[in-house]
Design a protein around this ligand. Structure first.
Ligand code: IPD
Length: 265
């Protein structure tokens, strides 16, 4: 394996540090268990004070470190353009965070043009940090990860993300297809962590019909480095708007893709 490009390796190191500080900030503001602390941007689409604070924190730090890099956030949109572009989801899994649950993360991805090249996902309440650099592996807490070896869909665990952007009939149809394969269904409320779960083998597949770039930007290099197969999210509208994603271990990817009618790359 060749040495990483120093300009990109240094960005990954910086991103790890910034995401860690941002995750500590989010932990310090984390609501206690209970009814949701936050408001709904739309039906069941939650926003907390922390989403804005964490995004502002990361935006400021990345601007100071890499002023020529582009920057895009879930809450603030595209702040700067650049060949290298950071894409942040300040809290992915806000609905969980707002209730004092543990399944949420800070997600920061780096794109070179239209190619996802590096990513950091930190889930501080779970004590987990995922990192990936294209061509140089994907890691969970510093240990190399890879997609699961499960070959039989009837032994698989497959997650489907839910949001109000998907008609109930479509959600039910896809869940039905997953269960018809014999797979065990899940829905955990954080698209970024679900994709990271596919990358590390805790899940065999993840699908979400309408998801955004900030939810997946850091996870895409993880999935590629971990040997997972992914649908062409970026080529089917994901660079500029919502699109569909399917990610799966390479052994069940074709069966899942066929069952839910989401083509693979
Ligand atoms: C949401 C989560 C959820 C997914 C939604 C996303 P947010 O992101 O990733 O799992 O199903 O599509 O919008 O709002 O918590 O950043």
């Amino acid at each position: 394996m060749s040495s990483p490009n120093p300009a990109i390796a240094c960005r990954l190191e910086a991103a790890r540090a910034v995401v860690h500080d941002a995750a500590c900030l989010a932990m310090s503001m984390r609501p206690p268990p209970g009814g949701p602390a936050g408001k709904q941007k739309a039906a069941q689409d939650w926003l907390t004070e922390t989403d804005g604070a964490v995004e502002a924190f990361i935006a400021e730090r990345m601007k100071a470190l890499f002023p020529d890099d582009g920057f895009q956030g879930e809450e603030g949109g595209v702040a700067r353009a650049g060949q290298l572009r950071w894409v942040v989801d300040p809290i992915d899994g806000t609905s969980n965070y707002a209730r004092g649950r543990s399944r949420w993360c800070v997600s920061l991805g780096l794109l070179d043009g239209d190619d996802p090249i590096a990513g950091v996902i930190e889930a501080p309440a779970l004590g987990e940090v995922y990192t990936a650099l294209r061509g140089h592996g994907a890691f969970l807490n510093g240990k190399r990860i890879q997609a699961s070896p499960v070959t039989d869909p009837a032994s698989a665990m497959i997650e489907m993300g839910w949001s109000n952007r998907v008609p109930k009939s479509v959600f039910m149809e896809k869940i039905d297809a997953i269960m018809d394969l014999g797979a065990m269904p899940r829905s955990g409320g954080s698209g970024a962590l679900a994709l990271a779960d596919v990358a590390c083998g805790r899940l065999d597949g993840y699908i979400e019909i309408v998801i955004n770039l900030w939810d997946v930007a850091a996870a895409l290099p993880l999935l590629a480095e971990a040997g997972a197969r992914v649908s062409p999210f970026l080529r089917t509208g994901g660079l500029t708007g919502p699109a569909t994603i399917l990610a799966a271990n390479p052994h069940i990817a074709d069966a899942l893709s066929k069952a839910v009618s989401i083509p693979l790359e």
